[in-house]
Design a binder for this molecule. Structure first.
Ligand code: URA
Ligand code: SF4
Length: 191
């Protein structure tokens, strides 16, 4: 099976998924395609209002910020694959619960093995915690890990992990934007 076929099967499963309570209130789960040959995979938290309407990743305010960050390291969005920890929007933009994250986890695990990126960029504390646990890294807060690079081995070779604060934090804090711009240089150095 090639990547496209494997991703299409996965997307169909996500569209029909009822493995956690979020299916009840979602409009569209996140099944944005991204570039199947991407070297860089970005992992957000959960769809927001605009993403829920369209099934596309990072198209609202946080998406505008993400585009600026990608632009700052000359990385085209269409050269990346973007997904999130949970694929359905939590009501009231609540944080995803441990139960929801666990229910949704197999989809992200499969996305990572199908795309087999060289660089993983967890955005925000939930994605950071997920990826650190998956690759057996010692737990670190996002406030310690942001902008650093961690190297791990996976079944398909060495992966660089470059955790970042979630772009939405820059929406209400200009200082955070400078930090994110500085931290994204670490992603740039790994591509
Ligand atoms: N926040 C996320 O984590 N992902 C999105 O797609 C939008 C906002
Ligand atoms: Fe399924 Fe994930 Fe949506 Fe829960 S968040 S219903 S596990 S796709």
């Amino acid at each position: 099976m090639n990547k496209k076929e494997a991703i299409e099967i996965l997307e169909d499963e996500i569209k029909n998924c009822k493995k956690c309570g979020l299916y009840r209130t979602r409009i569209k789960p996140l099944t944005d395609r991204g570039n199947l040959d991407a070297e860089v995979m970005l992992i957000g938290e959960a769809p927001g209002y605009n993403e829920d309407l369209t099934g596309k990743a990072f198209i609202g305010k946080a998406g505008e910020i993400l585009n600026k960050l990608l632009g700052s390291i000359n990385l085209l969005r269409e050269d990346t694959y973007i997904t999130s920890i949970v694929k359905c929007k939590p009501p009231h933009n609540d944080d995803p619960t441990g139960e929801q994250i666990n229910a949704c986890k197999p989809y992200l695990d499969r996305q990572i093995s199908i795309i087999s990126p060289r660089v993983l960029v967890p955005l925000g504390r939930f994605a950071c915690a997920f990826i650190f646990e998956k690759y057996g890294l010692r737990k670190e807060r996002i406030s310690e890990a942001h902008g650093k690079t961690y190297t791990v081995n996976s079944l398909f070779g060495c992966i660089k992990i470059s955790p970042q604060y979630h772009p939405s934090v820059a929406g209400y804090n200009a200082e955070m934007m400078s930090t994110l711009l500085e931290d994204f240089k670490a992603v740039g150095r790994n591509i």
